[in-house]
Write a protein that binds this ligand. Structure first.
Ligand code: CUK
Ligand code: CUA
Ligand code: CA
Length: 638
């Protein structure tokens, strides 16, 4: 808006260039390849101004009571959860805990959530930290079907599944023999059975190479990474592929035949200097049908105590195209991000340390596997300059790609067909369509419906890693800046800045009609449900005590209950209220107990009764005019 613009003009020292110079370049000092020269390709040099929503065809401001038209699923980063946003408003609607305990829900405290998260022999959580980066949802016929979303935990190599009917995490699986589980992508179709036109597998990339099994050697050249396939329904591991180099991001083809991961460390370096020593790295393609045939035929090994079949996807074992399980397409220096275009034809790897994007033609990769393409790099349809530090790419369904330029703090819009023409020698092909400044240093980018056949080219969200001067200062930790851009026209228009708590990486945006959320649980889905208040009461088995209770505003079914000091108490609470949004909470002072029960939900907690006394258990979730009165007494006897 006018005020902001004039403020920035009046205080030029707050402009973006200062940050570009001090942060981006100092941070990457020595990476000469990053800073060599500006992008070519006939780009318009000037950037579009930060225009607010003024002039945009799409407006980000919703009036009170208006609903968003898109859902956004955002990874939570360090907070280990998934965040649900409404778009275009950018309002955060929910955080879905999965890898890390959550104080609102009681996630990591209730027995049900602890079972999903995983506990040690002593009953305590195995992990209480997480680092989520990527979230993707299940497909049918090339579009989201609203069943599931998956999200990775990089620290402890866990994959969580979110049910998109109740917006809850229902399963978590740890990948064996993997460190630094990074990229994740569901398949979109079965490579063999065309009737299975929906997601049945989720592919997971292992980023850090380790000795397999993990013991002994400090010679990093002998380390390997695994590319894992998890069954979308059972969440069990189906198979893994041992590869040369490492995995970073993951993409899948629409026909189900190919998955791929980009590799920045084909050098197998243990230090960054070594990891960036080669001029080209790779994008590894996996032939899914062949891998599953090999597993069926018993051509695999297992590693350590894991029973998961591991096939050999190394270069040495896959030189013969006609039987190869993997194919290593070369890509310039330390690529980051691999994305599937909605026309189903290409995977695009962004260059990161190279100012280029590499467009790989999937039909050519399949030709190579069939022995019909002599040189695998013949599958490269284009390798064009975009700008400095390209990371991730999104699509508008009209043939254009949008790539974040981390070092340039820009998004570049480019036309894929024209880039291919330029690469083929048509030097008049102006493939760069537009550039826009973003604030600042963008990582992931995604457009509405981007990686589906229904890419609609309306909104583009950009995850800016540094917000710098865009928000009020709040001490040393700045909010990150998720920016929304209107891409419905030829030129991109910046619509809004949204502060987010660090650090979301990736996100997807899709039409709200694709989800049919349920707002009231089914009592029968909970084996422990206390279906009638009359079942309430205390039963004792030695030191083990079970307390069954129900909630119906404004009362718990037990007005008091008695236990003895040192008892192992399991308290089961069913919320019998049926009205949507009528959630109750249950907290016990001094016992580290606080959780919620949504309508018709059952949850349980187990704790040790403390010193004798009276403990007012109270409802923590405002539910009724008598919410404060909604209490019960736990009387602990000596
Ligand atoms: S990585 Cu974070 S900006 Cu984990 Cu997808 Cu590229
Ligand atoms: Cu029940 Cu507040
Ligand atoms: Ca490298």
């Amino acid at each position: 808006d006018k005020k902001t613009e004039s403020l920035q003009e009046a205080t030029p020292e707050l402009g973006r260039r200062r940050f570009f110079n001090t942060t981006a370049l100092v941070g990457l000092a020595g990476l000469a390849a990053c800073t060599e020269k500006p992008a070519s390709g006939g780009a318009p040099a000037a950037s579009a101004p930060a225009a607010g929503s003024h002039g945009a065809a799409n407006a980000s401001h919703l009036k009170p009571g208006e609903l968003d038209t898109y859902y956004g699923l955002w990874s939570g980063g360090h907070t280990g959860d998934m965040r649900v946003l409404g778009l275009p408003s950018g309002r955060e609607l929910l955080r879905i805990p999965c890898f890390v305990p959550d104080a609102l829900v009681g996630w990591g405290h209730t027995n049900e959530s602890k079972k999903i998260m995983g506990t040690k022999a002593d009953g305590n959580l195995r992990y209480s930290v997480g680092d989520t980066h990527h979230t993707h949802a299940s497909y049918k016929d090339g579009n989201y079907d609203g069943r599931y979303a998956w999200i990775n935990d990089k620290i402890n190599s866990r994959i969580a599944r979110i049910r998109l009917d109740y917006f809850v995490c229902d399963k978590i699986t740890q990948l064996p023999n993997v460190q630094g589980f990074h990229g994740i992508f569901p398949d979109k179709r079965d490579p063999v059975d065309p009737a299975i036109n929906y997601t049945t597998r989720v592919f997971c990339g292992g980023e850090f190479s380790i000795p397999l099994p993990n013991a002994g050697t400090d010679d990093a050249k002998q380390y390997h990474s695994l590319f894992s396939c998890v069954d979308a329904e059972t969440m069990e591991l189906r198979w893994q592929v041992m590869i040369d180099g490492n995995c970073d991001l993951v993409a899948t083809s629409y026909d189900g035949k190919l998955a791929a991961t980009n590799q920045y460390n084909t050098e197998m370096g243990a230090k960054y200097e070594d990891m960036m020593s080669a001029e080209r790295d790779a994008c590894v393609f996996f032939n899914i049908a062949r891998i599953e045939e090999a597993v069926k035929a018993g051509k695999f090994k297992t590693i350590g105590s894991s029973k998961v079949p591991v096939v050999d996807g190394t270069r040495a074992a896959n030189g013969d195209a006609k039987s190869a399980l993997t194919a290593y397409v070369s890509v310039p220096k330390n690529p980051h991000g691999v994305n599937a275009s909605p026309d189903q034809k290409y995977f695009i790897c962004a260059g990161k340390l190279s100012p280029t994007a590499t467009v790989i033609e999937l039909s050519k990769v399949l030709e190579w596997f069939d022995g019909k393409l002599e040189k695998l790099d013949g599958a490269i349809a284009a390798e064009v300059e975009l700008g400095l530090g390209p990371l991730h790419t999104a699509f508008d369904g009209r043939g254009n790609a949008y790539t974040t330029l981390f070092l340039d703090s820009q998004v570049v819009k480019w036309n894929v067909d024209k880039a291919i023409a330029f690469h083929k020698g048509d030097k008049n092909a102006k493939y760069v369509v537009d550039r826009i400044d973003v604030h600042y240093q963008p990582g992931h980018i995604n457009a509405s419906q981007s990686e589906t056949v229904a890419a609609d080219g309306k909104y583009l969200a950009v995850g800016c890693k540094f917000s710098k001067d865009r928000f009020l200062p709040v001490g040393p930790l700045h909010a990150e800046n998720e920016q929304l851009i209107d891409i419905s026209g030829e030129k991109m228009v910046l619509m809004a800045d949204h502060p987010v708590r660090g650090e979301p990486h990736d996100f997807i945006i899709f039409k709200r009609e694709l989800l049919k959320p349920k707002q009231v649980y089914n009592l029968d889905d909970f084996p422990l449900a206390v279906k009638d208040p009359k079942e309430s009461g205390v039963t004792r088995n030695g030191k083990k005590v079970t307390v069954k209770m129900t909630s119906q505003a404004p009362a718990f079914s037990l007005r008091e209950f008695k236990v003895k000091k040192g008892d192992e108490v399991t308290l089961i609470l069913t919320n019998l209220d049926k009205v949507e949004d009528l959630t109750h909470g249950f907290a016990i002072p001094g016992h580290n107990v606080n959780f919620i029960v949504n309508p018709q939900e059952t949850a349980s907690v187990t704790f040790t009764a403390g010193d004798p006394g009276v403990y007012w258990c109270y409802c923590t979730h405002f539910c009724h005019a008598l919410h404060l009165e909604m209490r019960t007494r736990m009387i602990v006897e000596a």
